[in-house]
Ligand binder design. Sequence first.
Ligand SMILES: Nc1nc2c(c(=O)[nH]1)N[C@H]1C(S)=C(S)[C@@H](COP(=O)(O)OP(=O)(O)OC[C@H]3O[C@@H](n4cnc5c(=O)[nH]c(N)nc54)[C@H](O)[C@@H]3O)O[C@H]1N2
Ligand SMILES: Nc1nc2c(c(=O)[nH]1)N[C@H]1C(S)=C(S)[C@@H](COP(=O)(O)OP(=O)(O)OC[C@H]3O[C@@H](n4cnc5c(=O)[nH]c(N)nc54)[C@H](O)[C@@H]3O)O[C@H]1N2
Ligand SMILES: [Mo]
Length: 769
Amino acid sequence: MSKKDDTVESYNGPAGGWGALQSTTKHLLQSDNAVRNINTLLKTNQPHGFDCPGCAWGEKHDPSRIRFCENGAKAVNWEATSRVVDRSFFEKYSVSWLKEQSDYFLEYQGRLTEPMRYNPKSDHYEPISWQEACNQIASKLKSLDSPNEAAFYTSGRASNEAAFLYQLFVRAYGTNNFPDCSNMCHEASGYALTGSIGIGKGTTTIEDFEHADAVFVFGQNPGTNHPRMLDTLREVVERGAQVLTFNTLRERGLERFQHPQNPVEMLTNGSKPLNTAYFTPKIGGDMAAIRGIVKLMLEMEDQGESVLDWSFINEHTQGVNQYLCQVRSTSWSHITEQSGLTLEELQHAANVYCNSDKVICTWAMGITQHTHSVATIHEIVNFLSLRGNIGKVGAGACPVRGHSNVQGDRTMGINERPADAFLDSLQSHFNFTPPREHGLAVVPTIQAMLEGHVKAFIALGGNFAAATPDTEQTYEALSNCDLNVQISTKLNRSHLVTCANSYILPCLGRTDIDTQSSGPQKVSVEDSFSMVHSSGGVVTPLSEQQKSEPFIIALLAQATLGKHPIDWMKKVENYDDIRNDIAQVIPAFSDFNERLKTPGGFYLGNSARDRKWNTPSKSILIHAHTLPESIVHKKARSKLTDKTLVLQTLRSHDQYNTTIYGLNDRYRGIKGERRVLFMNPADIERLGFKSKQLVDLTSLWDDDKTRTAPHFKVIPYDIPVGNIAAYYPETNPLVPLDSLGDYSFTPTSKSIAVELTASDSMNISIQST
Ligand SMILES: Nc1nc2c(c(=O)[nH]1)N[C@H]1C(S)=C(S)[C@@H](COP(=O)(O)OP(=O)(O)OC[C@H]3O[C@@H](n4cnc5c(=O)[nH]c(N)nc54)[C@H](O)[C@@H]3O)O[C@H]1N2
Ligand SMILES: Nc1nc2c(c(=O)[nH]1)N[C@H]1C(S)=C(S)[C@@H](COP(=O)(O)OP(=O)(O)OC[C@H]3O[C@@H](n4cnc5c(=O)[nH]c(N)nc54)[C@H](O)[C@@H]3O)O[C@H]1N2
Ligand SMILES: [Mo]
């Protein structure tokens, strides 16, 4: 107990710079493969290399630049390791033993190199041939009473080619059960934008950032999660334009940035600011903040200033009067209380907005993982529309996507609620009848597994067991299945929550060379700016038993469906053939193979950017939501007490979703520890805790289950009173399965009502992750 606690050490450096370089180097050297990986890195995001698996931020085409960031380097390095998890590994370790290990341990063991099947008798995974595995899986799929008893998960790294083939297989098999990581991520963005501007994607391109007068950044931490965006923000500020940041935490990685590729800056230890104003709203307070800014704009307008763009409003929108009435009737006390921002702060933001001709709003998980996320994104669209900031150069809505191809997967038809036009096109091109009944998203899939309605689960990547909410229930759901197939690069929790028939199918990653009978293949991905570009691996695979995702899908499909509706194995001999099909089915991809050769990729176009509104009224729908009474979910409200705090679950600097690269969170000053709880000093004192004390978190919910996450170390932090923050996935046991966003059905992982109790000191064994 007297041991010095050095978990926290404040970080005073800028984002990027020497810290990033040091960290990149350290991770490279730890990979057992330094030289190979440095070569690999240099090919990241280059015209003849692979698309960085780190994030979905776009790039301007400029072959002279080296294009990777610290966290992209970690992602690449982690994938290109030479460590292997092979048959001798599984012979040595039982599943029960592996279950006791941390997520960090599991992923650190290396790349999966051969197909495995779980043997419940020996409690070990055992080798199986590809053909035998696929035959067994196919016979399980064929034995179900209905194809709707199976669910097919996708994580957003799958390429366009893999995703297209996968959805074709699943629909030809007969279901639309496509739970997707997007259901936990930007679903609210897709839903809200479709319902307001008629397209579920962002309207900006990377070039727009060169023309914007102001960029409003809501609820995201690009220093860690989209580091290449820092470059863009810095250029905006350097140009003399404004960047207004809204983040519950003062994120170091959003304050200053030192460019690791700028020698002068590195030598002089200089850095550049990333914003011109930084606001710290309360968790879930962004809708109130925007409403406040709009209310101030209305006051200016009432005083005779002309701040609203009436010609745009009249020509392009519908419903504005009702919205403006709603804004007028929202009280100032409600706005300032919920946003946690002062009138002066809101006035500053309103002034910047009204003095700017071209404005972009960007956002990520700090906006999308609340109960009222769809309403908040509608508010952002209203805000932009009031000054005509959609569909003009330098302006627009920019949801910053997470996984590197999560947007492309949706474009390819990974969607439990597919559009009729897409199914019509699929039907006429492939001459089969796809199912029309909508399928299950992530949470409904878990519920259906618990009820026994879904019995077979196949995952194209990801880590379903760890990424989803209400861990205990999710584990029970997965164990309830009769079939669990994981197509993966690395060992993770989802392989260990086994059922009677569990398989691991090892696949190639983005960095690996993918050779089919016609030669090396390229795949394609779509970034946050609707740019499609090609990606080809550069690393020789560790084993011939690792197959590409399209190849694995073809094997499974052929075993399940024979040559219906296509000759699957023939289709994957050359991915140009898959792209030809995509070009026929999805109009925006016409001439796909040819256009993919364009250096830097090609632009899919965006109807809203062209001011074509594909809504029923053919105009932007201005939604008039009331500001929520409380940001906490209805089913928690009856349990709230004066001790309740609102928890957001977020990412550390050393993780990629459920993959934990290390135990540090450099910009937040955390070292060697993940079970930390960021808390305002006033709350620590008010609730009678001490800094560094261990506490247990229990979430509040209107049912008889107890959801607890034990042993988090209290860290005093600059965070609004009443709000706390801790890392995901350790906090997922706290997120009730039915705590979902309105309309989006996204788990509310950024606003969980919790209470704290001191951990029982007799029973403390910190689970180190
Ligand atoms: N290195 C790395 N890169 C990644 C990922 C990764 O795990 N590691 N994950 C990828 C994926 S899938 C995604 S979706 C993205 C995620 O990218 P982010 O959305 O940046 O991810 P989070 O860590 O969840 O960060 C949420 C941020 O929003 C703030 N926030 C939380 N609640 C609120 C709120 O109510 N209002 C406001 N204004 N701010 C709030 C938090 O303080 C935090 O800074 O990153 C992608 N890129
Ligand atoms: N509490 C809480 N929960 C959250 C979130 C949160 O902020 N808070 N964020 C949510 C978000 S935004 C997302 S996107 C989800 C992420 O959910 P997922 O996408 O399911 O999770 P990942 O951790 O990205 O998946 C990592 C695994 O993918 C596999 N993998 C990696 N690369 C490849 C590849 O190229 N091919 C294949 N086949 N497999 C590969 C590896 O085996 C690795 O273990 O989590 C969500 N869950
Ligand atoms: Mo995500």
